[in-house]
Design a protein around this ligand. Structure first.
Ligand code: ADP
Length: 471
């Protein structure tokens, strides 16, 4: 059986307290005995003095002792011894009883040296225990003795009051220890219950309230850490689940994106292989299949660019870039498409505006935004690019068009998601991969900037973004 902490503590303290109590009791008893023996000796001394004084005035000691015996306590033994140790008289013995010389009795030896002496021992003459007290008086030693076993022992018995007091203190001490050990043990018991509950995964936080002491504080801290750990575990679990879902979604999306062009290509090729087509028709089909392979290439290019943007590698190095030149290059490269739609590009970004960035990525940003205007904004619209402010480390830019915009605001929040398209069919026909704005956002984020999109008050879409200034 396991002994609980409380029991162990109580027992240990009880043993210490009992030892201490016994020690105090024995000491007090001993002191009391000495004190009472001294008091008794004083009485015997007084008796011896009286006897001595009577002895001086009487020439017949025997007669004196006979009458004196009437006055003394009935158990008192009186012995008269001469200076050589010869017993002259003893009120307890019949006269004439032969007695050995008393000169070497301890009390007589002490009396010879210091005038008085005492001893407690069994009498050689009647085998009873006596307290002997001897005093020299003139030519004699007067020895008084009381049986130590009856009256003296009774007399020496210490006042029991003190003993009861000590016992009461002992009992109170035990009760107190029991209470303290209980309180102390409570924290430990709670901690043990808690650790068991953790082990069996049945923690009930409402149960884990600790007493208000240091041990309780430790317990509360452990519980707090445990809760923090559980919260973190849950967070990690959620994060894992989120990533898992994202991956699943992405894989699904990629499969979906691949399926359309691959199915078309397969259809065209099957038709060519299985049917006798005239050369003109056959060429048309081959061209259509070819266009689908171009789309596939674009998709693969965009996907790998996004993957690279997500990798924390030094794939794209940063340098001061003249943004106006980058905008100009994109506009020039896209001029045929822009002109075909009647789109006009204006930019007020100063020639000397330098951002700290990767030129290729910045080119991709503007090219994607311009291509989107070509594809989705409508004919004869304007693209207005502006530098619209700066703060400590970033320059603020706006890219706006005056086209159709996106009527349903709910689409705006999701515009930067991979493969998100406002109108599936229409946008797919324009040949977009659905990754354009995801690439734009990742490119801006790569530069530690941010990007938002909104419908312009006057119509059209407006992107607001920041890029780090190069000083
Ligand atoms: P994609 O690469 O297929 O063009 P994007 O991620 O670039 O896809 O664009 C997502 C969607 O946002 C497009 O399908 C289109 O509907 C909408 N969009 C983007 N730019 C504009 C714009 N300037 N005007 C209106 N709609 C736009």
């Amino acid at each position: 059986m396991k002994i609980s902490y409380k029991q162990r503590l109580t027992v240990s303290f009880c043993i210490i307290l009992a030892g201490f109590t016994v020690g105090v009791a024995v000491f007090v008893q001993y002191r009391e005995k000495i004190y009472k023996t001294e008091a008794l000796e004083e009485k015997l001394d007084a008796c011896a003095d009286i006897t001595g004084r009577y002895l001086d005035r009487h020439d017949r000691p025997a007669a004196l002792f006979d009458s004196l015996s009437q006055l003394l306590p009935p158990d008192m033994r009186v012995t008269l011894i001469d200076l050589q140790g010869q017993v002259l008289y003893d009120n307890r013995l019949t006269p004439g009883t032969p007695l050995e010389n008393h000169a070497h009795r301890p009390e007589i030896l002490q009396a010879a040296q210091r005038g008085k002496g005492s001893d407690i021992r069994v009498s050689a003459s009647n085998s009873r225990k006596y307290l002997y007290y001897a005093k020299q008086s003139g030519h004699y030693y007067i020895r008084m003795a009381l049986p130590y076993d009856i009256q003296v022992r009774h007399f020496l018995k210490p006042g029991n009051g003190f003993l009861y007091y000590i016992l009461a203190l002992f009992a109170a001490g035990i009760l107190f220890i029991h209470y303290v050990a209980g309180r102390f043990g409570k924290s430990i018991r709670k901690l043990r219950d808690f650790s068991m509950a953790v082990g069996s995964n049945t923690v009930n936080i409402a149960d884990t309230h600790f007493p208000d002491d240091e041990l309780g504080e430790i317990g509360a801290k452990i519980v707090q850490n445990y809760l923090q750990l559980r919260t973190n575990e849950k967070k990690i679990e959620l994060e894992k689940e989120k990533t898992r879902k994202l991956k699943q979604e992405l894989t699904g999306n990629v499969a979906h994106e691949l399926r359309t062009p691959v199915t078309s290509i397969r259809g065209y090729l099957e038709t060519i292989l299985e049917q006798q087509l005239d050369p003109e028709k056959e060429r048309q089909f081959l061209q259509k299949a070819y266009r689908q392979t171009l789309m596939l290439s674009e998709l693969i290019r965009d996907m790998s660019l996004l993957t690279k943007l997500e990798e924390p590698s030094g794939m794209f190095h940063l340098q001061p870039v003249e943004l106006a030149a980058v905008i100009n290059k994109a506009a020039v490269d896209l001029a045929p498409a822009l002109n075909a739609q009647g789109i006009e590009v204006t930019s007020d970004v100063p020639q000397d505006t330098l951002v700290r960035g990767n030129e290729n990525l910045l080119y991709t940003v503007f090219r994607n935004l311009m291509e989107n205007v070509v594809h989705y904004a409508g004919k004869n619209v304007k693209i207005v690019i502006a530098q619209c402010g700066e703060d400590d480390d970033f320059l603020h830019f706006s890219f706006a068009d005056t086209g159709v915009g996106i009527a349903d605001e709910r689409h705006l929040q999701r515009l930067f998601e991979r493969f998100y398209r406002v109108t599936e069919g229409r946008t797919r026909d324009t040949g977009g991969t659905g990754l354009g704005l995801a690439i734009v956002q990742h490119s801006i984020a790569f530069h530690k900037g941010t990007i938002t999109v909104r419908n312009r008050p006057g119509g059209g879409l407006q992107f607001l973004f920041t890029l780090p200034v190069s000083r």
